[in-house]
Ligand binder design. Structure first.
Ligand SMILES: [Zn+2]
Length: 492
């Protein structure tokens, strides 16, 4: 028996090939097969009966593996991992792995293995290799993008200038791709997160130029000890004395990076395809590409090197409405911050700090060093790449304090700042701030009026960076506005 499986540039199948390699290595206890992963293919050779025995063990072992076992009312009950498309709830307490290969591996594994080496006139829609007879039809259990809806179809491709029809590709999956695809769900090395409110699961598929790199990265992921015995998410972090799970897809990714860099001490060169899998009966799967930004990953690492964590910094932000924490909004803001940070989108990041309908952002009193590390984030993310000096940040913060004090009487100022679209608009906004400083009712304690002139000089010498300076002013004004109102709240 001699098999070669080439890299496909399809995120599901590349991960499935890497996964097949890992599974075979684990289950070939006596090293009977030659299994070799190269940059662009996986080669397997050996005795067919040995291969059958190893595969049979593998399927048998994973029969009750992908679901969660929990005790409820004194009985052990199994729960679905909602995003896994080979599970079905059985009547009663147990989950069923639906495909017949899992149900009846003793009989089915020899059938599929015998088909692997038969060449024929058919061509596989996934790997393009020729084969004689399919093992079974292409379904979402094998390739999650499979669907009858044309516009959503991930498999559909050209053949002599014509699209394949659904029937064409449904019947043209070679037995090897079938086998590898279906086992793609059986893995302990992929991150997942589930949003029960919106009824969507997310599976994070790493992308790499070569299979060896993919394998090494996923081995390191495994060593970050993903909590695969949990139903909704396998990424958690120790926070305020307890282990907490993430609450959004970008928060999950940010939390993952913090943990990964902490454990593995390097910044991985990996992009992502994030699958969004509806939990209902119709599974039109969407995919989001996410390419990482090295400036951002290096900031996460700089924080880890200082024994701090960007994710935890964001988690100490709270959103207050009428002096109560609005947990729904807080969750949403943390997710927005994670998303804009990972996308290196400072503009969106800054807008989250604006007070909304009388509610405002505060930070948890459990994180007394919040401002220090927030300044560090701003320094690493904006000031250092823009070559703005730390002293200039003092000027921006000082004007931000003025804006915060004026906003006690006139919170429209925030929105005017946010709406500035040209540098001329910025000048006129600064003139307005200058006029408002003359208001005799204004609390002028801790205000340095001359900082307004310093900001004008800073803007004139950094005209190209005026947008960044505007966003920094928005962020710090909002933060000081919150600090001031909390002082009032505490009677301080
Ligand atoms: Zn194939």
């Amino acid at each position: 028996m001699d098999l070669t499986i080439s890299k496909t540039n399809d995120c599901w199948f590349d991960n499935a090939i890497e996964n097949f390699y890992s599974l075979l290595l684990t289950f070939d206890y006596n090293q009977k097969l030659n299994i070799c992963l190269n940059e662009f293919d996986l080669k397997i050779s050996g005795n067919e009966n040995d291969f059958i025995e190893i595969l049979d063990n593998l399927f048998e072992h994973h029969k009750n593996y992908v679901c969660i076992k929990k005790e409820e009312n004194g009985e052990i009950k199994e729960f679905l991992k909602d995003f896994i498309l080979i599970q079905k709830r059985r009547k009663g307490l147990f989950i069923n792995l639906n495909p017949i290969l899992f149900k009846n591996s003793k009989e089915e594994v020899p059938k599929i293995v015998h088909l692997l080496n038969e060449k024929g006139s058919k061509h596989c829609v996934i790997c393009d290799n020729s084969f004689k007879k399919k093992y079974d039809k292409l379904t979402q259990a094998v390739y999650p993008f499979t669907t009858k809806i044309k516009s959503l179809n991930g498999v559909r491709s050209y053949k002599n200038g014509m699209y394949y029809s659904f029937k064409d590709y449904e019947n043209n999956i070679c037995p090897l791709c079938f086998l590898i695809g279906i086992l793609g769900w059986v893995t302990e090395k992929l991150i997942y997160w589930t949003d029960l409110n919106r009824k969507k699961g997310y599976l994070f598929l790493p992308k790499s130029r070569n299979l060896l790199e993919l394998y090494e990265f996923k081995e390191d992921c495994f060593n970050v000890s993903l909590l695969n015995n949990q139903r909704l998410s396998n990424i958690n972090i120790y926070l305020n004395g307890e282990n907490k799970f993430t609450e959004g897809k970008f928060s999950t990714l940010l939390c993952f990076y913090s943990r990964f860099i902490l454990e593995c001490d390097y910044v991985p060169n990996i992009d992502w395809d994030i699958l969004e899998i509806p939990l209902g009966s119709i599974k039109n799967i969407r995919v989001f590409n996410f390419d990482v930004n090295y400036l951002i990953l290096n900031i996460i690492k700089d924080f880890i090197d200082k024994d701090e964590d960007v994710y935890i910094l964001f988690k100490s932000i709270l959103f207050f409405n009428n002096d109560c924490v609005d947990w729904g909004l807080t969750k949403q803001i943390v997710e927005n911050l994670a998303e804009s940070f990972l996308n290196n989108d400072f503009r969106s990041f800054s807008r989250n700090f604006l007070p909304k309908n009388g509610s405002k952002i505060l930070f948890s009193s459990k994180n007394i060093n919040f401002l220090e590390y927030f300044d560090l984030l701003i320094y690493l993310w904006r000031l250092r790449p823009m070559s703005i000096k730390k002293e200039d940040l003092k000027t921006i913060k000082s004007v931000a304090n003025i804006v915060a004090k004026i906003s006690v009487h006139n919170s429209n100022l925030f929105y005017k700042l946010d709406k500035i679209k040209t540098i001329d608009g910025f000048w006129s906004c600064l003139r307005e701030i200058s006029k408002k400083l003359l208001n005799p009712d204004l609390d002028k304690s801790k205000i340095k009026e001359s900082s307004l002139c310093d900001l004008i000089i800073l803007l004139k010498t950094n005209e190209g960076n005026w947008k960044e300076i505007r966003d920094l002013l928005i962020i710090y004004s909002a933060v000081y506005f919150s600090i001031n109102s909390r002082r009032e709240l505490n009677g301080d």
